[in-house]
Design a protein around this ligand. Structure first.
Ligand code: BMA
Length: 381
């Protein structure tokens, strides 16, 4: 038959074409093989895997600077007053936006329009979209209410067993995670893809100030809560998260490990450290704790970060950044640091115009190792 060779030829070409398309499908234009990037959610989107890849890349170049609620408000201003601009205390002082932007989604579970610190979720979404578009990394903590007492995160009524599978408040918890899921899936980039987020739930669990930590929970229940929450999010079609585990300052590797749900459920390791014990101890603590976290992270081949920090001695130390903070941080290998929020003059953790450490912050910001938004964008693009 005359037609046979051309049919075979056609089928061969079709096969080659199909294979090629499949190969292109798992690689980005920059040649990243997404099949080789493994994160805790096996169904994580490519954007999520790319975020993971970028975080690892950043950690080899320096330490990205982050700030909680950076563009939502600062000392003496609120975004709503000039809604057309993306302002930030850090930008006012150093001329650059932070590379990492932290948000708290506490009260999303209640179906409220604003979080526990009066940041509207619509504003949050809008800023996340704008900042992600500029190359920022988004991270979220969750100061959720106590599901048993309906008090705040700081209400220590034991509640974890009640929201685990089969518990008395399980239905309520599923609804709460449902609301959280809807918000996360509503964060869309310019191409309509869901924006990936570093999710840091149930943080500082080795302290007893939250209902999910310390004396208020057993390590086994904590781990179970972590896994079940992850499961619920996945069931709700949330595949845009990297999961970060971050205890408060630890005294040993064992303490770091105590509530750790396991390598397969965590993507990023972290620790929260403030200078409540004075600056000298703080410098040393950052160094020793990041060393512990680094060791664990290296063993598990995961990135790590100083997931919350800040100067709690408001207005006292003009050289805090270069003389206290940086010496502890230097060469730590952390991917980022997140300074806590600038709420008011008696509750701020970074700096702002007119603040006592303003000039020192400018010096800190000039350090090669410390990366702001534009620098991070250069690394990841
Ligand atoms: C705490 C304080 C609180 C705030 C909470 C959640 O550390 O800053 O004022 O409500 O974080 O952001």
């Amino acid at each position: 038959m005359k037609t046979t060779p051309s049919i075979i030829h056609f089928v061969q070409k079709l096969l080659i074409f199909t294979v090629a398309i499949q190969l292109i499908g798992c690689k980005s234009t920059s040649g990243i093989d997404f099949n080789n990037i493994k994160v805790s959610d096996a169904e994580a989107t490519n954007s999520t895997k790319l975020l993971y890849h970028n975080i690892q890349k950043i950690s080899k170049e320096g330490i990205a600077f982050g700030h909680q609620d950076a563009t939502a408000y600062g000392i003496g201003w609120k975004h709503e007053e000039k809604p057309n601009r993306l302002r930030s205390d850090i930008k006012f002082v150093a001329g650059e936006l932070p590379a990492v932007h932290g948000y708290d989604i506490g009260h999303i579970e209640l179906g409220k329009s604003h979080n526990l610190d009066t940041v509207s979720f619509d504003l949050m979404r809008d800023h996340i979209q704008k900042l992600y578009d500029k190359g920022a990394i988004i991270t979220m903590s969750w100061h959720l209410d106590n599901p048993v007492s309906n008090g705040s995160s700081w209400d220590q009524t034991p509640a974890v067993p009640a929201i685990l599978e089969g518990g008395a408040e399980r239905e309520k918890y599923e609804l709460w995670v449902q609301r959280l899921s809807s918000f996360l899936n509503s964060l869309k980039d310019k191409k309509g893809r869901v924006i990936p987020v570093v999710f840091r739930p149930y943080h500082e669990m080795n302290g007893s100030w939250f209902w999910w930590g310390g004396n208020n929970v057993s390590p086994e229940d904590y781990k179970q809560l972590w896994k079940e929450t992850q499961q619920l999010l996945k069931q709700n079609n949330v595949h845009s998260l990297l999961y970060a585990y971050s205890p408060n300052i630890v005294g040993s590797e064992e303490e770091f490990q105590k509530y750790y749900p396991g390598d397969e459920f965590v993507d990023i390791l972290g620790v929260d450290i403030y200078n409540y014990g004075g600056n000298e101890a703080f410098s040393k603590n950052i160094k020793s704790n990041l060393e512990i976290v680094r060791k664990k992270a290296n063993m598990a081949d995961k990135p790590f970060a100083l997931t919350e920090t800040g100067n709690t001695n408001f207005g006292e130390d003009p050289n805090w950044w270069t003389k206290t903070f940086y010496p502890g941080l230097k060469d730590s290998g952390a991917a980022w640091v997140l300074l806590w929020r600038n709420a008011r003059p008696s509750h701020y953790f970074a700096t702002y115009p007119g603040e006592i450490s303003e000039e020192d912050f400018k010096e800190f910001a000039k350090l090669e190792e410390i990366l702001f938004l534009d620098e991070v964008e250069d690394i990841t693009n």
